[in-house]
Design a protein around this ligand. Structure first.
Ligand code: MHF
Ligand SMILES: O=c1ccn([C@H]2C[C@H](O)[C@@H](COP(=O)(O)O)O2)c(=O)[nH]1
Length: 283
């Protein structure tokens, strides 16, 4: 929580204003932030200085792991967070590749679970990584990437957290996640939870202890209409002690994640938080 608040404060104190053409909003911006989550010791990085809708965040990462590309599938899992990008973004509505209402196109897991090969066909990157790690193999390239510049016009948004690199040291699994662009009041609140859950779940299904997750952010920003609530409300609040995340131990394979896991398989114990803050969302 402290590292999150330090980043928010750094943006408020040292950020530079940058015009963003896609959203037609100005963003107070800093470059580079490195956050670390101690998954092995269950230091769940949930924001306490406002109410955090952590179930929505977990629904998003489950949808990515399943290769979802439709906002209705995300809603069925328990989050509406892709509705606006799928249905209210004029550039995407005008794009002839959009397949109708709720379609998000070739993004995130839809790419990572079927990454196109130059020679034809696809690779399921996640399946390959799970197989390797389950067999104790780390080939120094256990990388789940969602980044394919040749596919940007086939999706509603380029992936923000675009790469997850897994590493084994003995019986402990580590994760380095990279994010190119970060909406700190809204997106990061979710992304911290997602990086944590991704390492915890992958360790659980591949039979390893979770170690640390390292989260690299390149462009970290606060949109102009989010600045006042961040500076004048959220940053004036004292954080509470972090809660604990509990994951159903019956989740044992990638197939389990693909077939029966729901948000009921995750619970948070001891979550004390301040009141919710409704931050404006830039489409
Ligand atoms: N501008 C922008 N920021 C983002 O963080 C973001 C995007 N766009 N587009 C793609 C996804 C969608 N994400 C979202 C979308 C909505 C919320 C949101 O409205 N959060 C509220 C309520 C959540 C709920 O009720 O489930 C919040 O208070 O956190 C958060 C992340 C993260 N990503
Ligand atoms: O997981 C996510 C997804 C998206 N975001 C934010 C970061 C930016 O504010 C927008 C994406 O806009 P681009 O113009 O494509 O950079 O969404 C996030 O923080 N986390």
């Amino acid at each position: 929580m402290k590292q999150y608040l330090d980043l928010c404060k750094r943006i408020v104190d040292e950020g530079q204003w940058v015009n963003n053409a896609r959203t037609n909003k100005k963003c107070l911006t800093v470059i580079n932030a490195d956050l670390t989550y101690d998954v092995g010791n269950n230091q769940f990085p949930l924001v306490t200085t406002r109410k955090s809708f952590w179930k929505s965040a977990i629904a998003e990462i489950l949808g990515y792991l399943r290769g979802y590309q439709n906002a209705a599938d995300f809603r069925a899992l328990g989050t509406k967070t892709w509705d606006a990008n799928a249905n209210d973004n004029q550039a995407w509505l005008n794009n002839p590749n959009r397949k109708g209402h709720d379609d998000m196109g070739l993004i995130y897991g839809a790419l990572g679970r079927a990454f196109p090969k130059p020679s034809g066909g696809h690779v399921d990157l996640l399946k390959q990584i799970v197989e390797d790690l389950s067999n104790g193999i780390d080939n120094r390239g256990e990388i789940l990437t969602f980044y394919h510049p040749g596919a940007f016009d086939l999706g509603c948004l380029r992936p923000c957290m675009y790469e997850h690199h897994f590493s084994l040291l003995g019986d402990t699994l580590y994760l380095n996640s990279t994010q190119r662009s970060c909406d700190v009041p809204l997106g990061l609140n979710f992304n911290m939870v997602q990086v944590y859950v991704l390492l915890a779940l992958m360790a659980q299904i591949t039979g390893h202890k979770p170690g640390k997750a390292y989260h690299k952010i390149v462009n970290a920003h606060i949109y102009e209409d989010q600045l006042a609530p961040m500076r004048d409300i959220q940053l004036t609040r004292e954080p509470f002690d972090p809660p604990k995340l509990i994951i159903n131990p019956e989740i044992k394979s990638l197939k389990d994640i693909e077939t029966w896991v729901t948000l009921d398989d995750f619970s948070v114990e001891g979550y004390q938080h301040h009141d919710a803050i409704q931050y404006p969302f830039a489409v």
